[in-house]
Structures are given as C-alpha cells and as structure tokens.
Design a protein around this ligand. Structure first.
Ligand SMILES: [Mg+2]
Length: 206
C-alpha cells in the first residue's frame, strides 16, 4: 500500500542536466553530450567550471525556459495527483522559480522545497511512503517503505552508492535494523516513468 509519493524534481521528473550541459556548451562553444556526464558538478565535461557557476545556472530564467518534463512524468503526476509531493532541494531563488514552473502545469500538486544543506531525511517518511530520486544519498537517508532510484544516468558519481547498496550485498544480508523500523524497506532501480507508474499502480491497491 502506497499513500504518499515523494518525487524528486531535477533529473527525475525533468531533464535538468541536459539543459545545464546545453547552457555550458553555449558558453564554452563546445559540443558535449549530457550522456557522458559522470560528476555532480559537471567537471568531467567542463573541467574549469565552479560549483557556484552551476548554482547560478540553476537559478536562471533561461534554465527554466528550456526545461522539459521527462517522458511519462506528466502522465505519472496525472495518475496519482493526490499522493504526489514534489520534494526538491535548491537555493531560495531556484526553489521559487521551480515552484512557479511546476504551478503553471499543475496548480494543485504539493511541493516541498528544501534549502540545499537540508537533508530529505528531515521529512518524516515511513510505512506507506515511497520516495523516487536520482541521488543515492537522498534515498539511503530516509526510511520510506519504497525507495526507487530513478536512473537518469548509468553509474555516475551520485548514484553509485545505491548500486553498491543493492548489488553489494545479498538481499537477506541487509541490515534494516540500522533504520530501526518494523517493516521491510524495498529498494528498486528504474529508468522509465511508465515502469514506475505500473509498479506504483500495483502497490497502491495492495
Ligand atoms: Mg535529482
């Protein structure tokens, strides 16, 4: 049974990095492909770029003007509008623009914006909760009953820990006691909203 769906925004519901790489290509007159991205701060593609410059790009109106929903994301939101809470991190300006961008298409979807230094674990998740996120830390920090890694990219710096968590141990060796909860935590990796919709559909009715 799934009651709440905590869904990440950047690189989960929307193709944020594709836009950032596009903006950086324009700035440096390069032709890098987002598919080759492996580091959180875009430095493997743009070695001279600074973290603050990336943060600034995430704040710009141009970023939001170019941003697109991932395939199947809009359909997913329309399928479970009452269960979805978009849970996203960013600085104040980014969060304001993000909320406006979402509101244009979905005026009533719940949105929680967290400042960049606040953990998603500050939201109290438990039985009946499902989190969908592309960053391993956001998933592994919370006690949601279902934790789905949205695989926007294969084996990058920020999702590697989740692969290790899933494949590094046999299922029966999991130490769920460390989360101190009475239910089983289900960890999954998926790369399409259609598959996630099907999965959630089955679990919602259980
Ligand atoms: Mg994300």
């Amino acid at each position: 049974m799934i009651d709440n769906l905590y869904v990440d925004f950047d690189d989960t519901l929307v193709g944020s990095s594709e836009v950032i790489v596009g903006l950086l290509n324009k700035r440096f007159n390069t032709n890098k492909n987002v598919k080759d991205l492996t580091t959180w701060n875009y430095t493997n593609l743009f070695p001279t770029i600074k973290g603050i410059e990336i943060e600034e790009l995430f704040d710009t109106q141009e970023f939001f003007d170019k941003l697109k929903w991932k395939d199947g994301a809009v359909e997913f939101i329309n399928r479970f509008p009452d269960k979805i809470i978009i849970l996203s991190k960013g600085n104040a300006l980014n969060l304001t623009r993000k909320k406006l961008w979402i509101r244009k298409q979905f005026p009533n979807i719940k949105f929680i914006g967290l400042e960049s230094d606040v953990s998603k674990a500050s939201i109290n998740m438990g039985r009946g909760d499902c989190i969908i996120d592309d960053h391993a830390d956001n998933l592994l920090d919370v006690k949601a009953e279902y934790r789905i890694m949205f695989e926007s990219f294969k084996h990058v710096e920020w999702n590697d820990k989740f692969y290790k968590h899933i494949y590094g141990k046999k299922m029966q060796d999991y130490n769920y006691n460390k989360y101190n909860c009475s239910y089983k935590i289900n960890d999954l990796i998926m790369d399409s909203w259609k598959d996630i919709e099907e999965f959630v559909d089955n679990e919602v009715d259980k």
